[in-house]
Design a protein around this ligand. Structure first.
Ligand SMILES: Cc1ncc(COP(=O)(O)O)c(C=O)c1O
Length: 415
């Protein structure tokens, strides 16, 4: 069957509100028929170094090397984490029963908040049911009509959505470009009441790190506050895995530290750590906190144990970094374009979307589970394969992946 683009399926305008779903359905069906559809692969095992998937093309269960999980330290199935989750389940059942303000706050939630605050070097913390809702709730509460949110262009969608909901103004600067940030700050200087610079600590599609010391200098110069999203930094960077501020020896200097509990911490949920005043304000003004039932007890119990594990078992982080160094070193040696990747997320820039489609299919068939990322998630010319490394990957997993990537890279002229 002929491979087509989404534009090939677009129809004339239709007054039916659901009409828009038809061309998209035809587009995804075409991908499936051509065996190019590798999203929503269904796992029948935990998200670990090797997974079992139900392959919808062959209708059979098969094993793959998992290179697409954010379970960076392997804690989803860590015995201490599972045991703590089991204990919380036994004691509290499966739900918290209410929104936090109206009876849904368990002692476990406060314990988790206090532990997160301590790890992030902040006075207090507030937890949300996802990293997405933490960012949306926090940004939309802090940025008001007369304020401006100044975002790195590659910030996560949840930060942008928070800005859109806020009623304030959204401005952006070029990725990690301090000249561009200063230009935006200077142009905003008199126009707005408050200024919030927002960056990812580690960028989710590029695996590079935000230059926090330079951002702090500019924030001080222009009287702006800083918010960082530590989704991919917590548990991964910094001497003790405390994230980007620790990596730059700047703990306690960042005004608002947000993050998710779903990646290295291996559960689900999000948090914002900050001063007591900011946290207190968010408890009443962050609508995604106010109007949403609190985290399930089992997850909360597991997360408390996960925070303990990241501090008491540094060997997990050391293993993760050995794996990162090994993969970055070998992929660079092969000649792949990895952008400025420096952490557990490794992009392999392909550029041409047709080549990326073919490579994804071949890599899937060869038993390696990686994600392919297309426009609009990344700029058109920077479509890519995206790998995530885990502490639990063995040398064999990494070598199997490298061999498949090298073969595909050579075949399609990338290296
Ligand atoms: C940088 C970043 N922030 C926030 C989120 C949202 O976190 P969650 O999946 O916990 O909602 C993600 C990804 O999922 C992310 O990559």
């Amino acid at each position: 069957m002929e491979d087509k683009n989404l534009t090939d399926f677009l129809e004339l305008p239709d007054r039916d509100i659901l009409a828009k779903t038809r061309p998209f359905f035809a587009f995804t069906e075409n991908l499936i028929n051509n065996k190019f559809h590798h999203w929503h692969r269904i796992l029948s095992s935990p998200s670990e170094r090797r997974v079992k998937i139900l392959d919808n093309y062959t209708n059979t269960e098969r094993e793959m090397v998992m290179m697409a999980s954010n379970n960076y330290l392997g804690l989803t199935t860590h015995p201490r984490v599972k045991e703590a989750a089991r204990r919380a389940l036994e004691k509290f059942g499966i739900g918290a029963g209410s929104v936090p303000l109206f009876g849904g706050t368990l002692d476990l939630h406060r314990e988790l908040e206090q532990k997160l605050a301590a790890i992030k070097g902040c006075e207090d913390a507030i937890i949300f049911t996802s990293g997405y809702s933490a960012n949306v709730g926090c940004v939309s509460a802090l940025v008001r009509k007369d304020d401006v949110a100044i975002n790195d262009r590659l910030n996560h969608a949840s930060l942008i959505d928070g800005c859109r909901l806020s009623g304030g103004t959204l401005r952006a600067f070029r990725h990690n470009d301090m000249e561009s940030l200063e230009k935006v700050l200077a142009s905003c200087d008199r126009e707005f009441q408050g200024k919030l610079i927002i960056v990812d600590g580690v960028f989710s599609m590029d695996g590079d790190i935000s230059p926090l010391p330079e951002i702090k200098k500019l924030a001080d110069k222009y009287g702006a506050r800083i918010m960082i999203d530590e989704a991919h930094a917590t548990g991964v960077i910094g001497e003790n895995g405390r994230g980007t501020p620790e990596h730059f020896h700047m703990e306690g200097q960042i005004d608002v530290v947000a993050g998710t509990l779903s990646k290295a911490l291996a559960g689900v949920g999000g948090f914002v750590a900050s001063s007591r005043k900011v946290v207190n304000y968010l408890r009443f003004y962050a609508r995604s906190y106010m109007f949403s039932t609190a985290l399930p007890p089992a997850v909360t119990g597991g997360l408390i144990a996960a925070l303990d594990v990241i501090q008491t078992e540094p060997e997990l982080r050391e293993k993760l970094w050995q794996n990162i160094d090994y993969m970055l070193g070998n992929l660079k040696k092969m000649g792949f374009d990895l952008g400025n990747a420096r952490t557990a997320i490794i992009p392999i820039i392909v550029g041409d979307e047709r080549i990326l489609k073919l490579m994804s299919k071949e890599i899937h068939e060869a038993g390696i589970f990686v994600n392919s990322v297309y426009y609009p998630a990344v700029p058109k010319k920077l479509s890519r394969l995206r790998l995530s490394l885990m502490a639990t990957h063995t040398r064999e997993d990494l070598d199997d992946t490298l061999a498949v990537l090298e073969k595909a890279g050579k075949k399609h002229g990338l290296i």
